[in-house]
Design a protein. Sequence first.
Length: 192
Amino acid sequence: MRLSVIYLVLVSAMLCPPSRAQVPVFQVTPIQSSIRINTTSSRPLTGNFDKWNATLTFASRDPTSAAFQAEIQTASVHCRDSKNDDEVKGKDLLNVAQDPVISFKSNKVVQTGKTTYDLVGTFTMRGVSKPATLKLAIAEQGSSSGYVQGIVPFDLADYGMTSKKIDERGEVDFNLKAEHVSGPELIHKRFP
């Protein structure tokens, strides 16, 4: 009897595919996060985006294996004033009818401190993609949160936005909190 139980366990182990190593799983918490846009077009305008999706994933316990992606629904911007909303959403600025999404996607992670990293990636708005960098700060071992923050500055003209002045600028401000929800903790490498 005992031999048949051992045999059954061994056969089961051989027939079951090896499980994937567990990786840390983080979830961006919308209630504690925000994405904003600020412009200095004809007059300063500031708006918050209500609809966006952001993911922070890891291929291993190494924080430099992070992948961050955010997609922002441009039509969800609100400036607390309907006239300003119309201006920001209009064809001269975000042009939400033709360009419904602003995105950022990381393609490289560089450690910059003991628990801080640069998320080097591509920022896309109005069909124009340019390099950009956001910051990732992950709490030390034993804590369960991380932050993705950064400001992506831009010249309105570079993204096809109509501007009356040559030096008009804008920025998209990312301030996101992510909670460690499952899997093992990340292991930070020593930093000089």
